[in-house]
Design a binder for this molecule. Sequence first.
Ligand code: MRU
Length: 342
Amino acid sequence: MEHIKINLTQPLEWLGNKIRLLDQTELPAKEVYLDIKDYRDIVDAIRTMKIRGAPAIGVVGAYGIALGVQQIKVKGKASFLKELSTVIEAIAGSRPTARNLFWAVERMDRIAHSGKSVADIKRLLIDEAVRIHTEEVAATRELSKNGARLIKDGMTILTHCNTGPLAAPGYGTALGVIIYADQQGKKIKVYADETRPLLQGARLTVWELKKVGIPVTLITDSMAGSFMRLGKIDCVIVGADRIAANGDTANKIGTYSLAVLAKEHGIPFYIAAPTSTIDHSLESGADIPIEHRKSEEVTRIKGVRIAPAGIKVMNPAFDITPAKYITAIVTEKGIIRKLRVI
Ligand code: MRU
């Protein structure tokens, strides 16, 4: 099987009794690693986006539960499961939009209930978290390989937010596709949107692409439409936080505008995500919960105020792109076009 051979910086590492996270709020200025043992610190790391990106928070959420139960001291199974539900609720309450977090939490909850004793459950939960991590790494590798079939030699690709290994352990999602295609020897160029308000494109995507040597040009979010009109973009590829059963997709705020612009300019618009992002229980995007974050993320950049004090702010972290704007969804199982796997 064809594999890419480059070293990709990973966002997290399981060390047996603790988890090591690369603090993404410090990038690109500093590479700061945090060793975490307490599940409440995992909740905080997800909420404050020290770790972020849908697949990454699913994996770290699973490890958070595995760590959380090690702190439970009760011996009886019934009271243990009650305390487990407190840990699960805290992890599940950290961020609302990414399906991957709830997918991982549900897997952890199911496995816990299959355990015979407290010691058995504690061991099962660690094994399941490691399995989730391993499976997600494999899924991002496969989806990157599948998606690379859509990328032709010489293409210029526009991407939004950050979807590299930092956001999806292993290879990444949209950025994984780009990295995989580059490794196949295709000469690719990338435009990366800065992605206001938290600048995941400027801080993280550009950092990851520069590290692997893929030519990238940083643009502000408002430049994308003009660049499409000028014929500078051959396709758009982004990730997803939750995909409803009809294909409607929640992703970083600004994705919807790119999809509409791409349609107007006849440019293919691709979503890349592992199947852990798909929520079959939701009929359409209208049912996807959208996270609203604090106003300071808009009124300040890296702590520096850029708007007058007390100004009214809206800060939805995600938007919904209706399926009609999506050319194809790339997963580890194949490429879905009009909900038909090819
Ligand atoms: O708020 P973030 O930085 O967690 O948002 C991340 C995104 O929107 C990504 O595009 C999405 O999680 C897919 S990532 C692999």
